[in-house]
Design a protein. Structure first.
Lengths: 215, 176
């Protein structure tokens, strides 16, 4: 018995269609999720927080430079760049969900570098331990993949910032009179590190060519 | 009743796809050994081993890609980050190792035919044993990758985002 001629192309077409549906994840994609849920509000809150953190850290960097803490100034500048990346990532998702990103930038409350570091640690710890974990729970409930990704990226970087600020605060005396120091920031996820001892970004898995140097 | 499973997104495919390279690539050398032991059907066993390697290696590419997508959505802690990074590095090593091994094995099988010169049984056996030795090292990396993936899921509670599906209806027997 011979196989009808149309069977093979039809089977191939079915196979390709099945792969395409699975690959693009049509039913599981962002469009299927409710875009008007609480996550949109959370994204806006996060966008506002990151935008303010960006402005605040730049002001803290200027102060650290004036007080002779060159290395701390570099750290603040690197973190500011990371916060800017997070804000941009959040804004992209907000727009995708049909919202408009809005930030109310407050004048930064700049004190001494020691106090600025303490304030920065407090802010980053809150984002790492409370804000982003809560936002992630909600985004997971709503099945919003892009929101989960941008919150995840920010949470990981904030944890790193908290660690770096804590180390700087513990070593502040020795950092008096220090020069600017290079930090590396991933332009995709905002991961911030003083040394690039990896081939791929440990947070977003992009190549290390995505990193920029900030000092 | 017949029901279709929900179709996961690319990242949600990772828990399904990871089992393919593990199973296919770990079973492939069994066929090489069978080919060496049962000389009569050696060619058939060796070809089967090659098919398993090709499928397993192809699956490893899909596993790495879906794994990276799933990793971006995974609940991160410093420990999770550490294990995830190690898992990812090992997975990439597996992909590279088995790509090379598959090409080498295909060369071992096709080489004599292409060169129109059959190797004697002894040198062919020595080459196959050498190949199995290197394959064993690759299999250890594969097992370590799988172990780290298992740690992420079963020890650290990292989960993929699965598509929503209604709960199955309670069966009549349970209601009674």
């Amino acid at each position: 018995m011979t196989t009808p001629r149309f069977i093979r192309p039809a089977a191939l077409a079915l196979f390709v269609a099945a792969i395409a549906v699975v690959g693009f994840g049509l039913p599981g994609g962002e469009a299927a999720a409710a875009a008007t849920g609480k996550t949109l509000d959370n994204l806006n809150a996060a966008f506002n927080g990151e935008s303010n953190a960006h402005a605040r850290y730049l002001a803290f960097a200027t102060k650290a430079g004036e007080e002779g803490y060159g290395e701390v100034a570099s750290l603040f500048r690197a973190a500011a760049r990371a916060e800017e990346i997070h804000a941009a990532n959040h804004a992209t998702v907000i727009k995708k969900l049909g919202g408009v990103p809005k930030a109310d930038i407050q004048a930064p409350d700049v004190k001494s570098t020691k106090e600025n570091l303490e304030a920065a640690i407090k802010g980053e710890s809150y984002e790492r331990d409370t804000m982003y974990p809560e936002f992630l729970v909600q985004a997971r409930k709503e099945g919003l993949r892009d929101a989960i990704e941008t919150f995840n990226f920010a949470k990981s970087a904030e944890a790193e910032h908290a660690t770096l600020y804590t180390a700087a605060l513990a070593n502040l005396g020795a950092l008096k009179g220090s020069q600017a120091k290079p930090y590396f920031v991933c332009t995709v996820c905002g991961n911030t590190t003083p040394q690039m001892n990896f081939e791929k970004c440990p947070v977003c898995f992009n190549g290390k060519d995505k990193y920029i140097q900030v000092s | 009743m017949f029901e279709l499973p929900p179709i996961p997104a690319w990242d949600g495919l990772h828990p399904l796809i990871v089992h393919f390279p593990i199973a296919l690539l770990l079973v492939a050398p069994v066929f090489i050994v069978l080919g060496l032991v049962i000389g009569r059907h050696a060619r058939l066993f060796m070809t089967s081993a090659l098919v398993l390697m090709v499928l397993g290696t192809a699956a490893s590419y899909v596993a790495v890609s879906t794994g990276e997508a799933a990793g971006k959505l995974a609940d991160r802690t410093p420990v999770v980050n550490q294990v995830l990074q190690h898992h990812e590095e090992l997975a990439e090593r597996v992909r590279l190792t088995f790509t090379v091994l598959t090409i080498v094995f295909a060369g071992l099988l096709a080489g004599p035919a292409l060169l129109k010169r059959q190797l004697a049984r002894v040198p062919m056996t020595v080459l196959a044993l050498l190949f199995l030795g290197v394959y064993g090292a690759g299999a250890i990396v594969l097992a370590n990758t799988a172990h780290n993936g298992g740690r992420l899921v079963h020890e650290l509670g990292v989960r993929s985002l699965m598509p929503e599906a209604p709960l199955p209806a309670a069966s009549a027997d349970l209601d009674d």
